[in-house]
Design a protein around this ligand. Structure first.
Ligand SMILES: Nc1nc2c(ncn2[C@@H]2O[C@H](COP(=O)(O)OP(=O)(O)OP(=O)(O)O)[C@@H](O)[C@H]2O)c(=O)[nH]1
Ligand SMILES: [Mg+2]
Length: 317
């Protein structure tokens, strides 16, 4: 079997197979991924991570591809992760197989990967963060993370991005009022995509009005960029807006604040994972856990005492 050092070495060299294997290990929660991520960490932290979110069908993939082309023309390398918050009911990674632009799929400067995972302890956002680390270690300059929908997952994934784009489209019925609280707030840049559709101007006005409602102490006023992802119209302006935000956020130390928040959360998550592992592994078997559950359901024991007992068995208190 390949050593962690060899594997990491291949990732540093940008080997797509080694990168793919790493992201699979992360998705599967394979213990080898922790050892690998340790080795990769010193070379992470260098990329610009942009989250691209919005309701299904708003044009995220099309726009992501166009942005990627734009950055490729500037000589930048890219990682693209399409995150699919898999529902057990829809059968999963259907989006993963979507065909991207042929110009990108044959370009060695672009690594494209879809991720779909629910089973992993720590969830999708942490798996995505780890996958981003792999791509950073592989030397990618810019990492585009596309997420579907407007729910909790997107908010979490926005937290791992340096800059978050929120796509809205005219006449979709998902007018801006219908967004759940917390979703509009994640936008560093609003994108009114499908600007070739009727109602685009009105949507821009609605978003402008909404932005004006933001508390005046907000340091950054998100710009609104109109795009037609299919033709690439507006993509230059979008890249400019991304660059502006990223400069601003570095100058005003927003970037550092986000980074701290991101790693504080991740640290607690990793700790939780290790604690759960150390209690469960070898000490409390799955059968024993079921036994505890039966006791609780039959009201023979309370869950609080059970947790204390499990901790004691693991030598943790
Ligand atoms: N007219 C028009 N069509 C667009 C535009 N952008 C995307 N589309 C089309 O909208 C459809 C959905 O685009 P995608 O890029 O797959 O959208 P998405 O947000 O990635 O979709 P999901 O990943 O399924 O949520 C495709 O048929 C695109 O060609 C645009 O600016 N104008
Ligand atoms: Mg898509």
């Amino acid at each position: 079997m390949e050593s962690i050092e060899d594997w990491a070495g291949k990732i540093f060299a940008g080997d797509p197979r080694a990168i793919g294997k790493a992201i699979s290990a992360i998705e599967n929660g394979d213990p080898s991924s922790d050892a690998l991520l340790k080795a990769l960490f010193p070379r992470t932290g260098g990329a610009l991570i942009a989250g691209i979110t919005g309701s299904p069908g708003t044009g995220k993939s099309t726009l992501t591809d166009k942005l990627a082309l734009h950055y490729r023309e500037q000589g930048k390398t890219l990682g693209i992760i399409a995150v699919d918050p898999t529902s057990p009911f829809t059968g999963g990674a259907i989006l993963g197989d979507r065909i991207r632009m042929p110009a990108l799929s044959t370009d060695e400067g672009v690594y494209i990967r879809s991720m779909a995972t629910r089973g992993r302890l720590g969830g999708l956002a942490s798996a995505t963060l780890d996958a981003v680390s792999v791509l950073e270690a592989a030397g990618k300059d810019i990492i585009l993370v596309e997420t579907v929908g407007v729910g909790q997952d997107e908010v979490e994934i926005a937290e791992l991005a340096d800059v978050t784009l929120l796509l809205l489209v005219p006449g979709s019925g998902d007018s801006i009022q219908s967004f759940k609280a917390g979703v509009m707030e994640i936008a560093d840049v609003f994108v009114v995509n499908k600007a070739d559709y009727e109602g685009a101007d009105r949507l821009v006005r609605e978003v402008t009005a909404l932005i004006e409602l933001a508390p005046p102490e907000n340091p950054w006023t998100p710009p609104i960029v109109s795009t037609v992802a299919t033709t690439g119209e507006g993509v230059d302006r979008l890249a400019q807006a991304i660059g502006d935000f990223s400069d601003f956020s570095r100058e005003k130390e927003l970037a550092q604040a986000r980074l701290r928040r991101r790693w504080r959360k991740r640290l607690v998550e990793l700790l939780e994972r290790r604690l759960v592992q150390s209690v469960m592994e070898g000490r409390v078997s799955s059968e024993e856990l079921s036994g505890y559950v039966e006791d609780i359901v039959a009201r023979k024991q309370d869950p609080y005492s059970v947790v204390e007992e499990m901790m004691r068995r693991a030598g943790l208190n």
